[in-house]
Design a protein around this ligand. Structure first.
Ligand code: F6P
Length: 319
């Protein structure tokens, strides 16, 4: 193995830059040449590739987003896009590829593996919806961003004695809502993984008011429903003054937390180890403090487990 490529694909995630830095530095440490592909699989298709040096990744560990930029690339689903990608790899004599991203990116990495390209995956998505790892890069930062937003909303919610319904990202995953809801002391957390009853949510609101609560926060994962309609419904059923806040892409930006930087640095270095030891078609992950390697195909075949015990704990602590 002499030359490797790196790409970041799908929604950006804070900490992707720390992973790129780790891959570049660790590869150069082992005498490899590194090439960055711009805009994910789009760069593979259009041959947008450049040599990376130690200095290419200076001063990026603390930056959100991705210096390689990213894209969602439907062309990579088609035969012509895939043929173009393989010819870019051949033209630049890239011996292997590190794909940093979420579920869609891992499907691309798995296809490249089946096409004979030595590929490894690094899970990076704020949704934290990849199986075979406790955490994906970017999730912790998104949770901290949402927790910070809850703290701010609380101030105004208390002053006006209002109910706030806050919608968070996560696609079909309720991980951000659960972790930020627990950290932010939300009264109710609505996630797509578990059924919920709005009547029950309203009863909790009434109980809170009876015992003197000045505000209530309800966290809604985008996959569980629209905060706008849930807010309307709550207002109608309880007659309480209700406001809706949709946090949107604010959750995905900002400087990565120390946790994400450390996770990304470990994942990036471990991905290079995987390539050097010839273990292709694998992804890097963590279970507790330990790194774990799993086949990309196995991760894609499983649904990530939802930590139901944390959900029940959040319910008990917010009675
Ligand atoms: O997958 C990350 C994510 O932020 C999801 O939580 C969200 O549903 C989606 O991306 C938004 O996508 P886009 O940035 O393309 O609007």
């Amino acid at each position: 193995m002499r030359k490797i490529g790196i790409l970041t694909s799908g929604g950006d995630a804070p900490g992707m830059n720390a992973a790129i830095r780790a891959i570049v530095r660790k590869s150069i440490f082992h005498g490899l040449e590194v090439f960055g592909l711009r805009r994910g699989f789009q760069g593979l298709i259009s041959n947008d590739c450049f040599r990376m040096h130690l200095g290419s990744v200076a001063d990026i560990i603390h930056r959100g987003g991705t210096i390689l930029r990213t894209a969602r690339t439907p062309e990579f689903m088609h035969e012509s896009g895939r043929r173009a990608a393989l010819s870019t790899l051949r033209a630049n004599e890239l011996d292997a590829l590190v794909v940093i991203g979420g579920d869609g990116s891992f499907h691309g990495a798995d296809w490249l593996t089946s096409a004979g390209v030595p590929t490894v995956g690094i899970p990076a998505t704020i949704d934290n919806d990849i199986a075979c790892t406790d955490y994906c890069i970017g999730f912790d930062t998104a949770v901290c961003n949402v927790t910070d937003a809850i703290n701010k909303v609380r101030d105004t919610a208390t002053s006006h004695e209002r109910v706030y319904v806050i919608e968070v990202m996560g696609r079909t995953s309720g991980h951000i809502a659960l972790f930020a809801g627990l950290a932010g002391g939300a009264e109710s957390i609505l996630v797509p993984e578990l059924p919920f009853d709005l009547e029950h949510v309203c009863q909790r609101l009434h109980r809170g008011v009876q015992r003197g609560k000045l505000h209530s926060i309800i966290l809604v994962a985008e996959g569980a429903g629209s905060a706008l309609s849930i807010g309307e419904e709550i207002k109608m059923r309880t007659n309480m003054e209700t406001r809706v806040t949709i946090l949107g892409h604010l959750q995905r930006g900002g400087t990565p937390t120390a946790f994400d930087r450390i996770l990304a640095s470990r994942f990036g270095a471990a991905a290079v180890d995987l390539l050097l030891s010839g273990r292709f078609g694998q992804m890097v992950g963590n279970v507790g403090c330990e790194l774990r390697f799993s086949p990309l195909a196995a991760a894609l075949a499983q649904k990530k487990e939802f930590p139901a015990e944390l959900y029940h704990l959040a319910g008990i602590l917010s009675i």
